[in-house]
Design a protein around this ligand. Sequence first.
Ligand SMILES: NC(=O)c1ccc[n+]([C@@H]2O[C@H](COP(=O)([O-])OP(=O)(O)OC[C@H]3O[C@@H](n4cnc5c(N)ncnc54)[C@H](OP(=O)(O)O)[C@@H]3O)[C@@H](O)[C@H]2O)c1
Length: 325
Amino acid sequence: MGDKMQAMTSREYGGPEIMKLEELDRPVPKDDQVLIKVAYTSVNPFEWHHLRGEPWLMRMANKALLKPHVHILGADVSGVVEAVGAKVTRFNPGDEVFGDIGFGAFAQYAVGAEKKLAHKPNDVSFQDVGVVGIAGLTALQAVRDWGEVKPGQKVLINGASGGVGTYAVQIAKVFGAEVTAVCSGKNAELVKGLGADHVIDYKKEDFTQNGKTYDVIIDLAASRSIKETKRAMAPVSRWVHVGFNFKNMILGGLFGRWLFSDSGKSLVLKIADVNVDDLTTLGDMLASGKIRSVIDRTYELKDTSIAVEYVETMRAKGKVAIEVN
Ligand SMILES: NC(=O)c1ccc[n+]([C@@H]2O[C@H](COP(=O)([O-])OP(=O)(O)OC[C@H]3O[C@@H](n4cnc5c(N)ncnc54)[C@H](OP(=O)(O)O)[C@@H]3O)[C@@H](O)[C@H]2O)c1
C-alpha cells in the first residue's frame, strides 16, 4: 500500500450519506506537526455541524460558503507517532499520543499540531483517550474555568448523559460539587453510576419550574430559554451555556450583560480551547480512575457515516468511538 491510506471524506456539504471511503496519499507533517497512525477517533456534534455546513455562519467563518475546504473530518484522536516535523520537540516516532487535532482523524493517518497533543498515559487504552478530546476538554473547562465550581456548590448539568455530560458529571464530582443530572429516565442509572447525587428526568420534571436553584448550571442540552433558565439560578450563580441554541447564543451574546444586569446571575458563553495542560490533566484523571470514558458504540472507519448519523440523533449515551487501526 506504500504511502497510501484509507480515509472517510466529505467533499461537499450534506448529510452522512455523502461521506465516502477513499484511498489517498498520507498527509505530510509541517514543521510544527506530528504524523499519527490513528488508533481511535470519535464523533462529536462538531463533525456533523461541519459536514452539513450548519449553521451557515460557520461557512462564513471558514470562508467556505458553497463547498468545504476540509475534506477529512475527525477532531479527537489517539494513536502512535509515525513522523515529526522539523520543529517538533515533545514527540518522537513511536510515542503514543492523544488529543484534539481539529480535522483529519477520520483516516488511517492524520497530522496534528504538536500543541494539540499529549502523551497517552501507559495504563489508559487508546479507545478511552481517543474519545476524550473535545468532550473532555469542554467538560473540564466548563466545570473548572467557566463555572468556577467550588466544593459543596449545587451544580446542575443539563444533558448529562451525552458526550460532554458524562465527563462533566464526573469532573464536577472531582471538584466537590453536589451534582444534579438532567437526562431522560432511560439514562438515570448511567449518570448515577458516574456520581450524580440527584437525577431529573426532563420528560417528567421541568428543572426550571420545580422551585430549586443552582449555583452553577452547565448547559449542554441548551433546551430552555434565557427567561426559563434564570428561574433555576441561585441569586449568585453562573449559567455556563455550552450547547448549541442559536436564539440563546445570539440574545445572550448581544444582550447578556443587560439581561442579567439586575442580579448576581451571569451567563457564560464559551468555546473549548485545545491545550496540552488540559489534555494532560484529562489523561491523568483517566489514569487515576477519577473519570472514565463512557463508550456507547464503536464503529469501524468505513462505517463512520453511520456513527455520524447516530450522533446526529442527539441520543448518544456518552461517546461514539471509531476504531481505525
Ligand atoms: N461550546 C463548546 O466548545 C462545545 C464543545 C463541545 C460540544 N458543544 C455542544 O454541546 C452540546 C452537547 O454536546 P455532546 O457532545 O454532549 O452532545 P451529544 O453527545 O450528542 O448529546 C447527546 C445527549 O443529549 C441528551 N439530550 C438531548 N436532548 C436533551 C434534553 N432536551 N434535555 C436533556 N438532555 C438531552 C441526550 O439524552 P437523552 O437521550 O436522555 O435525551 C443524549 O444523551 C452540543 O450542542 C454541542 O454542539 C459545545
